[in-house]
Design a protein around this ligand. Structure first.
Ligand code: NDP
Length: 527
């Protein structure tokens, strides 16, 4: 997204946007508020499909506000969507890749035009602040374009290979990457645009047809992304959008032999279940899993404290700590520990918490009742097993009584406590004092996750940090976010260990290839 004064929105530039951006967001929000409470269908084979049971989509900052009514799809909707995608596959996969790229680029252009509308819906649906919401929408368009560029840069992944050393014959050898077939995309609530749209665009550019199932909490944003595909002219059946609970329609999709590959982004436990269930089919199928994180920040005695504290607070509490990349644990060396923690606490206490659509608000509510309860359970545990330095309680009174508001929490906890290793996914971060960087690194790597990390210290220490840390996306001395704020093409995003299955990061050089299998052609002629 670029505005008239050529401000380019990314997660690293979003902190001080031009006025125009706020005005346009406010206009879109006003329009949205006049259109709440309507019913929205699934899209299967290009048709609007309704189901008998419904999902109420509510504003987590004020649960009296009904955003819209969505469909609680069933196993038969899953089957219909897969059948439509199967039927559409031959024509779509044989559409020249240049035409597929043109359609996906057109969808990205439509998304740009609708960015404020998509951002406003997302802010209300997820409870994200407006800049986080616009960032997610802008990132989605960037992911669409990135997939296109990768296809173009690689000439559609058709490559001539060397000729065999035959005598009397010539053998021409060609490598092509071809789509698998029907691709399933299951996305989480926290980035409902980018994590639906990014995998969807890659699958489509590659020539697969798709079925998309977003999270129950956030069906609307994904519907708007699907509409961009529809309005760009992506043919009926090539993409299908279904809604409903993970355990019903999601499980039916995972259990179907009609799925040729899946991209699941979500929690570790659900991802591992999907891995097992999908792996129990007749043969092995590609399974892209992008799972949770428990992202460490290491702060050296040589760090600039202001930079470190700014980056930590942004990454611990952006989107209420509900980012897979959230900075959820901080290890600081003893000489700067007290000063750093004091500054982190001070900055945390200044964060404005409230209606996420309000331009002055940084933290909205957590997404739903279950996250609200999780927060209270974790806070109680921190009060009894550790020391809460700030936060540690839900917020009540006035507008807070209508939604799921939690105070951003910084707490000390003994390193032996299990919460140092568990993804909490609420606005809580734990801090601990270490006596050497080696001790910090040992603790940082001693978890099953390996998604993102952050470091503050000298250049030389940074080289050591990058070499030793076991995570997919790593930052040094970044005030824009210690562990968060990746952008396609700049910080391709993916995890090691329990955080991801492929080792190839989304929005990066090696990602699009995951959606295609290689085929080799050897054509022999007499010399
Ligand atoms: P969940 O794992 O709860 O849900 C993710 C998706 O899976 C939802 O659409 C959900 O549907 C669906 N689902 C649930 N059960 C099944 C099932 N049995 N079969 C098929 N689908 C199912 O994650 P959240 O939405 O709560 O998202 C938060 C998690 O996502 C965190 O762990 C976070 O770290 C991770 N994440 C990882 C990212 C990465 O890139 N590595 C990025 C963003 C988030 P329903 O909503 O209906 O339950």
């Amino acid at each position: 997204m670029t505005t008239e004064n050529s401000f380019k929105l990314t997660y690293a530039t979003m902190f001080n946007p031009p006025e125009e951006l706020h005005q346009r967001f406010d206009e879109a929000l006003a329009k949205l508020k006049a259109n709440l409470g309507k019913e929205h269908a699934m899209i299967i084979n290009g048709k609007e499909v309704f189901s008998a049971k419904k999902i109420e989509n509510r504003f987590p900052a004020n649960t009296d506000v009904l955003l819209g009514i969505f469909q609680k799809g069933t196993a038969s909707d899953a089957a219909a969507a897969l059948a439509a995608a199967r039927k559409a596959f031959p024509a779509w996969s044989h559409t020249p890749w240049q035409e597929r790229v043109a359609l996906i680029r057109k969808a990205a252009a439509i998304m740009d035009e609708r960015i404020y509308e998509i951002g406003a819906v997302m802010a209300m649906e997820v409870g994200k602040n407006r800049m986080e919401a616009l960032g997610d929408a802008a990132e989605t368009a960037a992911l669409f374009r990135y997939a296109c560029t990768r296809m173009e840069d690689n000439n559609g992944f058709v490559a001539e290979l060397g000729k065999d050393p035959l005598v009397g014959f010539v053998s021409e050898n060609t490598s092509v990457l071809r789509p698998y077939g029907v691709w399933l995309v299951i996305s989480p609530f926290n980035f409902p645009a980018a994590l639906s749209g990014g995998p969807a665009a890659s699958a489509l550019v590659a020539g697969n047809t798709i079925v998309l199932k977003p999270a129950t909490d956030t069906p609307w944003t994904s519907r708007l992304i699907s509409e961009c595909l529809r309005d760009a002219g992506v043919p009926a059946g090539v993409f299908n959008y279904v809604t409903g609970s993970g355990s019903v329609i999601g499980q039916a999709l995972i259990d179907s032999p009609e799925v040729d590959g899946v991209t699941f982004t979500g929690s570790f436990d659900v991802g591992m279940k999907i891995h097992r269930d999908f792996g129990s089919g007749r043969y092995v199928r590609p399974t892209i899993l992008e799972l949770g994180g428990k992202n460490p920040v290491i702060v050296s005695r040589h760090a600039d404290i202001e930079t470190a504290a700014t980056g930590i607070v942004r990454s611990a509490f952006g989107l209420q700590g509900q980012k897979c990349s959230a900075a959820s644990r901080v290890y600081a060396e003893a000489p700067i520990y007290d000063a750093l923690v004091a500054r982190v606490v001070e900055m945390t206490e200044k964060l404005k918490i409230g209606d996420p659509t309000d331009r002055s608000v940084t933290l909205g509510p957590v997404v739903n009742k279950s996250s609200y309860k999780d927060y209270q359970t974790f806070a109680a545990e921190l009060h009894s097993a550790g020391k809460v330095l700030t936060g540690g309680k839900i917020l009540t009174g006035g507008e807070y009584d209508k939604g799921y508001f939690c105070a951003p929490t910084v707490a000390e906890l003994p390193f032996t406590h299990p919460l140092w290793k568990q993804e909490m996914f609420v606005p809580i971060t734990t801090v601990g004092k270490v006596h050497s960087l080696d001790e910090a690194m040992k603790l940082a790597n001693d978890v099953d996750y390996g998604l993102t990390s952050g470091f503050y210290g000298s250049d030389e220490e940074t080289n050591w940090f990058f070499d030793k840390i076991e995570a997919g996306v790593n930052y040094s001395n970044r005030s824009q976010g210690a562990t968060t704020g990746a952008w396609p093409g700049f910080q391709p995003f993916g995890g090691w260990k329990g955080s991801g299955s492929t080792g190839k990061n989304a929005g990066g050089l090696h990602y699009l290839q995951l959606y295609m299998h290689e085929q080799i052609y050897t054509r022999v002629r007499k010399a």
